[in-house]
Ligand binder design. Structure first.
Ligand code: HEC
Length: 161
């Protein structure tokens, strides 16, 4: 009698464990664990930007020469008109501070986010993490052409002391 009871108990436990719904529940739980919470993704700001991604967009490579102050001044005008509202130079506001952005990101990434922000927000891991950090505020497309984006890059280079 006792044996039958234990056998029944054992079978019940087995059925519960192997039931398809509990299998999928375990998989779901597992999936929940491996999908990273975007707010937990840390953004590495220390390593060499040369090792990092170039973003997604029309710019595949940028040759940097010595600082060009004429271009930098043009970039400053654009920055003051279109960017400063969200990007303080030294402090994170609606968007990240940009003082050291040319140290932490490649020039290609910077120009691509200016020329192609919507796709980068969808597909670039760094920008996706930033988006989560900045309250899911998508940076609007500043509608610059490549020459203007290049001037802004030159201005951003001039901020690094
Ligand atoms: C409405 C606010 C807003 C405006 C205007 C804006 N940005 Fe942004 N920007 C953001 C936010 C927020 C992010 C973080 C990514 C995201 O949420 O899309 C960002 C990200 C960036 C990044 C990437 C920073 C990094 O560390 O990777 C750069 C570079 C940048 N912006 C430059 C500019 C420039 C230059 C302009 C002006 C032409 C500009 N932004 C205009 C809000 C703004």
């Amino acid at each position: 009698m006792k044996r039958i009871f234990f056998l029944a108990l054992f079978t019940t436990v087995l059925i519960v464990l192997l039931h398809p719904s509990s299998v999928s529940a375990r998989q779901f739980y597992f999936a929940g664990n491996i999908v990273a919470d975007p707010s937990m993704v840390s953004i590495d700001e220390s390593s060499n930007p040369q090792d990092k991604d170039k973003g997604i967009g029309p710019i595949k490579s940028v040759e940097l020469g010595p600082l060009n102050s004429k271009m930098g001044n043009e970039g400053k005008v654009i920055y003051t008109n279109q960017c400063i509202i969200c990007h303080d130079i030294d402090q994170n506001k609606l968007g990240p501070a940009l003082k050291n952005v040319t140290k932490t990101r490649t020039p290609e990434y910077i120009m691509n986010i200016l020329l192609n922000p919507v796709q980068m927000q969808k597909e670039n891991a760094t920008v996706k993490a930033l988006l989560a950090k900045y309250n899911n505020l998508p940076m609007p497309d500043p509608a610059l052409n490549q020459a203007k984006a290049r001037s802004v890059l030159e201005y951003l280079r001039s901020l690094v002391k």
